[in-house]
Ligand binder design. Structure first.
Ligand SMILES: Cc1cc2nc3c(=O)[nH]c(=O)nc-3n(C[C@H](O)[C@H](O)[C@H](O)COP(=O)(O)OP(=O)(O)OC[C@H]3O[C@@H](n4cnc5c(N)ncnc54)[C@H](O)[C@@H]3O)c2cc1C
Length: 357
């Protein structure tokens, strides 16, 4: 496979300490090069090499396509920004563009909006060049422009970081799952939970969406459909779109069991069926989402897993912590057999629940 690559040389008195932190933070990703002066990391979106000499450090990132290359530059630039407080020393050379519209940005426009259940709204969007969204992660970030203003979209900086519009042009960013996609016809579906809250920009957008409304989107990213023979899926309403898609894309030779928490039976949606799929619906019956603890309780009742079980979970932060504890500490599942993520956090705006595997 032909990889794209880009490199940057950094000369800064503090760079060695900053690189040491990178190594500590990505110790799981490091590959032994057998050379103390050359480090190599295999990450989710590509690879990163660092070669040290008297002139500082030469960092090279490589990835399968321009989107992943851009993410790799962003990961490294984000680390530099966080620990060196400036990215002035970063100038990328090689593949990919470092100015103008990010390669992973799209404008999308509402085609239709349908209520699937009392608490779920499906919005179908049209957009250009959607084929890239079919692989490389189930998730996207939706960029909601301020009400009543002409949208100003993000651009790329020369350091590889996104330059976000600010002040009155600031965008609201929320993470969602691509529920379905037809790149040939040029549409994608996103299912939004309609949840309570004083200000709920994304849920309110979905509830009021009208054909022709335009928002921005960056992605794809995050994990994909897990490849496992024996899959246990756990999630609340926010993970229902991901679970529905994973079940639809399940390999015929795999089996899946799903525990899904929603408010009541009328919030169930049709899911892929089959001999090898078992779905257990759990109902809050009016109790506050994220506070009922139904998912961890169901897991404890279910008991210890089979040897080849692979766990996937997405839910509110408190349940996420409990589920991660069950899976890791009580069941002793190794890291490569579980992916447990917080999709949202009670009382916090933003949707990146703050917990991640
Ligand atoms: C990887 C990933 C994928 C996701 N995919 C989806 C998806 O496909 N569909 C989907 O609906 N959500 C999804 N989410 C969750 C979604 O991003 C959050 O629910 C987000 O907070 C909603 O934004 P908002 O603007 O409506 O509310 P916010 O402004 O973020 O929050 C306002 C208030 O509402 C509360 N709140 C947020 N979500 C909920 C909820 N579900 N129930 C009750 N209270 C809530 C917050 O705690 C806060 O108090 C995903 C999150 C992640 C991290």
């Amino acid at each position: 496979m032909n990889l794209l690559s880009a490199q940057t040389r950094i000369r800064n008195d503090d760079i060695r300490a900053v690189m040491d932190r990178l190594r500590a933070e990505h110790s799981d990703d490091e590959i032994d090069t057998g050379d103390a002066g050359r480090w190599e990391f295999r990450m989710h979106y590509g690879s990163l090499n660092a070669a040290f000499d008297d002139g500082g450090v030469l960092v090279r990132v490589a990835a399968e396509d321009e989107t992943c290359l851009s993410y790799m530059k962003m990961i490294f630039a984000g680390h530099i920004a966080a620990h060196l407080s400036t990215t002035e020393c970063l100038r990328w050379q090689g593949d990919g563009t470092d100015a103008g519209t990010p390669i992973f940005f799209r404008e999308i426009s509402v085609l239709s909006s349908t209520r699937l259940s009392p608490h779920m709204q499906r919005v179908r969007f049209s957009g250009r060049d959607l084929g890239r969204l079919a692989h490389g992660g189930l998730h996207v970030r939706l960029l909601l422009p301020p009400a009543g203003r002409q949208a100003v979209w993000p651009t790329m900086g020369a350091d590889g970081l996104i330059v976000w519009p600010s002040g009155e042009d600031a965008l609201t960013v929320r993470v969602y799952t691509i529920r379905a996609l037809d790149a040939l016809s040029g549409w994608l579906d996103i299912d939004f939970v309609l949840h309570p809250g004083a200000e709920t920009p994304a849920a309110s957008f979905a509830q009021n969406a009208r054909p022709g409304d335009v928002i921005g989107m960056i992605g794809p990213g995050g994990g994909g459909v897990p490849e496992a023979r024996n899959l246990l899926l756990i999630g609340d309403d926010t993970a229902l779109p991901a679970i529905a898609r994973i079940l639809e894309e399940l390999a015929p030779s795999s089996s899946a069991e799903a525990y899904i928490e929603v408010d009541g039976p009328e919030d169930r949606i049709a899911l892929a069926r089959g001999k090898n799929i078992a779905v257990h619906w759990l109902y809050r019956h009016g109790r506050e989402a994220g506070g009922a603890g139904l998912l961890p309780a169901a897991l404890r009742e279910r008991g210890h897993p089979a040897d080849d079980l692979h766990v996937w979970a997405g839910c509110e932060f408190a349940d996420f912590r409990d589920i991660r504890k069950i899976v890791r500490k009580e069941w002793g599942l190794p890291r490569d057999r579980h992916f447990v993520t917080a999709y949202w956090r009670r009382g916090a705006q933003g949707g990146d629940g703050g917990g991640d595997e």
